[in-house]
Write a protein that binds this ligand. Structure first.
Ligand code: NIG
Ligand code: FE
Length: 412
């Protein structure tokens, strides 16, 4: 089955094969073709170019995209969308003056979600999670990483990872699973944190690895959660079981988590709201992708990742949603891109690079996702008629998506 899309006003993020991430000053460049065509065979992009050079293409379908732009579907490399229930009460408590930390310290926060998750059946968690996944697909996300971390027990963590696996079998969106047993210390282990870390390393990890339930390992490395030494111990065990680290660091404090993650060759370090100059320096010349989560900063009213300083230092940046019930109950990558432009002073070009090709790198799918490249998945956002792609972040609360195509098929 072949589909030809013609008269595309502008085809965004066109790249040669083999480019896996974009760093520093190069992030300001978004390669595009005006008045373009795009050819799709089954689930893959097989050709594209300027309309002037289009000739002799025989196809089953032709779609006219006059006035519309096409870009690769977003790659959301950091989410926690498999969870039970919501935390609206904590949202209101924060409006009334409590901090995220105060709520966590009284047993709310992650522990609140863990309680709900362990009381909810796997089927019900699947039903709730699939609604969220369908929503983010309609919002233009074509690849998503999903973390466990609301079980905090062997059964709970495995339950989440099984739901992730079931979602990935049923939907055309690419899903990568991350094991985040080290998201918080459960109440019953408060006086014996070593016992919980032993449970992660000696029971959860072997079971998860044996059943191939996750590809990545994550730890919430933060004051009041997991220390740098504990994070290293858990990463070391994860690596032994074949899981690559992707680590929550520097959300509230800079305590050395970045340096630890680099030591274990982490694929990404995520959050980065609080960065010391040394944190930026140490990320230079590494293979670790810094990931910013601006809708988390927005929702919690905490600092934004210092993107300008990082890009000036030559670093790449990826953007992701962090979709979760506590700090970011939204999986809207369009909003993330707009917020990165408005609050982090990223240009539209930098933000689109960060949300597509660099996002793909941060979840290990840049061979197949994140750009308009021959041989990559036909995962596309087709916009409504727009004047320029600046309108995507400019009209920050509008939905400018006309259609989403995943693996060569329109979402209905
Ligand atoms: O990435 N920071 C750690 N974990 C999540 C929030 C978890 C929660 O509040 O439920 C995050 O923001
Ligand atoms: Fe997170």
């Amino acid at each position: 089955m072949t589909t030809l899309i013609t008269n595309i006003k502008e085809l965004l993020q066109v790249r040669e094969a083999g480019i896996v991430k974009i760093s520093g000053a190069e992030m300001a460049i978004l390669p595009t073709i005006k008045n373009a065509y795009l050819l799709i065979e089954n689930d893959l992009i097989t050709d594209f170019g300027s309309m002037e050079n289009m000739s002799g293409l025989k196809t089953d379908n032709v779609i006219d995209a006059t006035g519309k732009m096409i870009l690769p579907a977003w790659c959301d490399s950091h989410t926690h969308i498999v969870y039970a229930g919501n935390r609206e009460q904590e949202f209101v408590d924060r409006i009334n003056g409590m901090t995220y930390e105060e709520i966590a310290n009284r047993g709310g926060g992650i522990l609140n979600s863990a309680k709900k998750l362990n009381e909810t059946s796997e089927e019900e968690i699947y039903q709730q999670s699939k609604e969220r996944l369908e929503e983010v697909m309609r919002l233009g996300t074509g690849a998503v990483e999903i973390k466990s971390g609301y079980g905090l027990s062997l059964e709970g963590e495995v339950k989440i990872l099984r739901v992730i696996k079931r979602l990935s079998k049923h939907y055309p969106i690419t899903i990568k699973a991350t094991f985040l047993g080290a998201h918080a210390i459960p109440l019953q282990y408060k006086e014996n944190r070593k016992a919980y870390i032993d449970l992660i390393i000696n029971e959860m990890l072997p079971k998860i690895a044996e059943n191939r339930l996750a590809e990545y390992i994550d730890v919430f490395c933060e004051t009041g959660y997991f220390t740098v030494a504990e994070t290293e111990q858990i990463m070391e065990a994860g690596v032994r079981f074949g899981l690559k680290p992707k680590i929550h660091v520097n959300q509230f404090n800079s305590i050395g988590g970045i340096q630890a993650a680099i030591k274990y060759n982490a694929l990404s370090v995520d959050h980065l709201e609080v960065m010391k100059p040394k944190d930026i320096m140490d990320l230079k010349n590494t293979e670790t992708m810094p990931v910013a989560l601006p809708s988390c900063s927005y929702f919690l009213s905490i600092p934004y990742t210092p993107a300008r300083a990082m890009i000036s230092a030559g670093l790449p940046i990826a953007l992701a949603t962090d979709y979760n019930p506590g700090s970011t109950p939204s999986g809207n990558m369009n909003f993330v891109v707009a917020t990165a432009c408005i609050k982090m002073k990223m240009t539209p070009e930098e933000a689109i690079n960060a949300a597509t090709i660099n996002g793909a790198y941060a979840m290990g799918v840049s061979d197949t996702h994140g750009s308009i490249t021959i041989g990559k998945k036909a995962n596309l956002i087709i916009t409504k008629p727009i004047e320029s792609y600046y309108q995507l972040p400019y009209a920050f609360a509008s939905n400018l998506i006309d259609a989403v195509m995943l693996e060569g098929k329109y979402l209905t």
